[in-house]
Design a protein around this ligand. Structure first.
Ligand code: HEC
Length: 249
């Protein structure tokens, strides 16, 4: 009986501890994380993401586990295309993504060195990453002039500000044209919708998800074949079992 009551007391203490720690966690994640809706089997999206990463991120962020050779093979880049993506002192396709910035230069410039992003998508999760890219907003009180929804007071300057503004401008003017064309009944002759900033960030997140685990698209495809094979195997195995048990009964 005594033992029973002490167990009860321990459980009550555990429950109390858990209920105290839950609200603080909820406060940290108060912003809603958005799903990028990416597809790691979509090569066009991954290729676009790779270009975005190389053009806008690799100057500061290395991807030390990702070799250009592998990117070219997996995402079907031609030799010429992959050569034009290789930057910042990379001379051979067997080398990995390097940044133009040393640790010390990064610390001097931003107070924190830009981290290697090879495994970032696994470390933070793809929703966090996508939301991070989608929630830079103007903030005059910060050193960079911007703030971020999931990483308050982030030291990273918003390097895509100009790009974002230009794409949002294109999307807005397309929407206006669409409205006019709908009224005039000439929707058929409307040019295709431009790729929005959100779609660009979906592709960039997609590439970073691939970079964190390049074997994943293959594993997922292969997994389907394995399941199919096991399903087909089930029939002869089941028949064999019936055959064996016939003699035992
Ligand atoms: C001019 C340099 C620079 C460029 C270019 C840059 N970043 Fe950053 N980035 C930083 C710095 C510095 C930090 C560290 C911020 C901090 O810890 O407050 C950072 C942090 C991050 C983080 C958060 C890392 C973590 O988990 O703590 C992510 C994600 C990120 N950058 C993604 C990107 C992407 C994607 C691009 C390309 C669109 C990019 N960055 C371009 C400087 C840069």
């Amino acid at each position: 009986m005594k033992r029973w009551t002490s167990w009860l007391r321990i459980s009550a203490a555990v429950i109390a501890l858990v209920s105290v720690s839950v609200p603080t966690q909820a406060a940290e994640n108060s912003i809603n994380l958005q799903d990028p809706g990416n597809d790691i089997h979509d090569k066009a999206s991954l290729r676009n993401g790779a270009k975005l990463y190389m053009n806008h991120c690799a100057s500061c962020h290395a991807g030390k586990y990702m070799r250009f050779e592998r990117v070219a093979r997996d995402l079907e880049f031609s030799e010429q295309e992959i050569n034009s993506l290789m930057r910042y002192g990379v001379t051979k396709v067997t080398e990995s993504i390097k940044s133009a910035m040393t640790q010390e230069a990064g610390e001097m410039a931003f107070g924190v060195a830009p981290p290697d992003l090879s495994l970032e998508a696994n470390y933070r999760g793809k929703k966090w990453l996508y939301t991070y890219l989608m929630t830079f907003t103007r903030d005059k009180s910060s050193t960079t002039g911007y703030n971020n929804g999931v990483m308050p007071n982030v030291a990273m300057p918003w390097v895509l500000a100009g790009y974002q503004a230009s794409l949002e401008g294109q999307t807005n003017s397309w929407n206006q044209k669409k409205m006019l064309a709908t009224k005039a009944g000439t929707l058929d002759s409307l040019e295709p919708e431009p790729q929005s900033f959100a779609m660009e960030m979906r592709d960039l997140t997609n590439f970073m998800v691939y970079m964190a685990e390049p074997i994943r698209p293959f594993r997922e495809r292969f997994g389907k074949y394995v399941l199919f094979f096991l399903l087909v195997l089930l029939l002869p195995v089941w028949m064999l079992k019936k055959e064996y048990w016939k003699d035992i009964h």
